[in-house]
Design a protein around this ligand. Structure first.
Ligand code: FAD
Length: 376
């Protein structure tokens, strides 16, 4: 590895999506941090492609704990963090067709802040709902839309304000440990050196792990599709986000007059700049139309993004089992934005060896070393 142009830091974070930005911002409170990003702009991959909704009743218990712990940040960010509110009230409605009644029962038994409502009441909230589609319904009133760009930019600003460095167009290509420090050579030739490396490379988490000689965790990126339609003559601005209990489709109002529709697809793919598939777009419209009486004249826009999971669908946040100073922050799946304030704080606490308070109880679930203990 070249030794010219070496920049020394206390920690280098790889990947400037929401996971890397929050981790870097929190670490920069008491460390010199470099945040290196392969793309020209931070947020080009999953972070810029989400549905931007915060829902408490979503994901395994460890995710629910981080989602809940993140809420105070959205309600009350630090002064000057963003020029606009990070949250706006939306609500999330869960609909049960007849074959999802058991799942509805399970949801209500475990649900946090979920209110059982009649199918008639559900139709008052979403008048396009077809009579007879749902035999039971519930609403999470506290769910909200997140301003993802404001959140992400706020954390990137914090990195800079705390003397951190954001290096764009800097793909980490060679990663080696020498003399008690990681040497990370990025495209362009600069070398970033630090005793601690935080791997927040999203879908590329295992790729980065392998380059560094850490044990891959079995990360699987999964494609998810979003479609924008005009539901006129319906006016959806005040509708909640709506999904079925088994989460096989969902909608959410977009820019007041439009609707985002998703088939909630999870197609396993390699890490890449993912594009939507025509079939998934058709499935999105079809699934939505089984529940909602909405005519679709044309698809105005469509996109796809990657939601990346380790095998048990909890996050992988913590030190590698073997590689010294290698910290994993991957596996954020479909919840990486709504959990990001708490996840960033947790990364900084664990790197510093601080007690993470309430979230201590989820550490066994998210510790990457849980995979090292499994038989091959
Ligand atoms: C359609 C869709 C809907 C979603 N809806 C929601 C939602 O409503 N709420 C929610 O909370 N979450 C949602 N998510 C999930 C959320 O978007 C992700 O969990 C989150 O964005 C993951 O952030 P990340 O920083 O880990 O990944 P990314 O944003 O992908 O960032 C990883 C970065 O690492 C960089 N990188 C990779 N390798 C290297 C390298 N070698 N060197 C330098 N840089 C590298 C990449 O360029 C990338 O910018 C959704 C996702 C999709 C696709």
């Amino acid at each position: 590895m070249s030794t010219h142009d070496t920049h020394s830091f206390d920690a280098v974070v790889i990947g400037a999506g929401i996971a890397g930005a929050t981790a870097a911002a929190h670490l920069a409170a008491d460390r010199r941090v470099a945040l290196v990003e392969a793309e020209e702009s931070a947020g080009y991959h999953s972070t810029g492609r989400s549905a931007a909704i915060w829902i408490l009743n979503y994901g395994p218990p460890s995710v629910i704990a981080m989602t809940g712990a993140s809420r105070p940040f959205f309600e009350n960010p630090p002064p000057g963090f963003a020029d606009v509110p990070l949250m706006s009230r939306r609500g999330a409605m869960f609909l049960a067709p007849p074959d999802q009644l058991d799942a509805f029962g399970a949801l209500m038994a475990e649900g946090n802040g979920l209110k059982d409502i009649s199918p008639e009441r559900a139709r008052e909230r979403v008048p396009a709902l077809r009579p007879g589609y749902a035999v039971a319904a519930a609403i999470e009133e506290d769910a909200f839309d997140m301003d993802v760009a404001a959140l992400h930019q706020g954390f990137l600003r914090q990195v800079r304000a705390r003397d951190g460095v954001l290096a764009l167009r800097s793909k980490a290509g060679r990663i080696e440990r020498a003399g008690g420090a990681w040497q990370i050579e990025v495209s362009g030739g600069a070398v970033f050196s630090a005793p601690v490396l935080v791997n927040a490379a999203g879908a590329w988490g295992d790729v980065v792990g392998k380059i560094a000689g850490a044990t891959p965790l079995g990360l699987q990126p999964k494609r998810r599709t979003g479609v924008i339609i005009d539901p006129a003559p319906w006016a959806p601005a005040d509708w909640p986000m709506v999904n079925d209990v088994n989460h096989t489709w969902y909608i959410r109002p977009e820019a007041r007059t439009k609707l985002m529709v998703s088939p909630a697809d999870e197609t396993p793919v390699d890490p890449q700049d993912i594009q939507p598939d025509e079939l998934d777009i058709a499935i999105a419209i079809d699934s939505m139309q089984q529940a909602l009486d909405i005519e679709v004249k044309r698809v105005e826009h469509s996109w796809a993004g990657l939601r990346s999971f380790v095998p048990d669908r909890n996050f992988a946040l913590g030190w590698d089992a073997v590689a010294e100073g290698f910290f994993w922050a991957i596996g954020q799946g479909g919840y990486g934005i709504q959990t990001s304030p708490a996840a960033g704080q947790l990364v900084a606490d664990l790197v510093a060896g601080r007690d993470p308070g309430d979230l201590k109880r989820i550490l066994p679930k998210i510790d990457p070393r849980r995979f090292a203990a499994m038989p091959a």
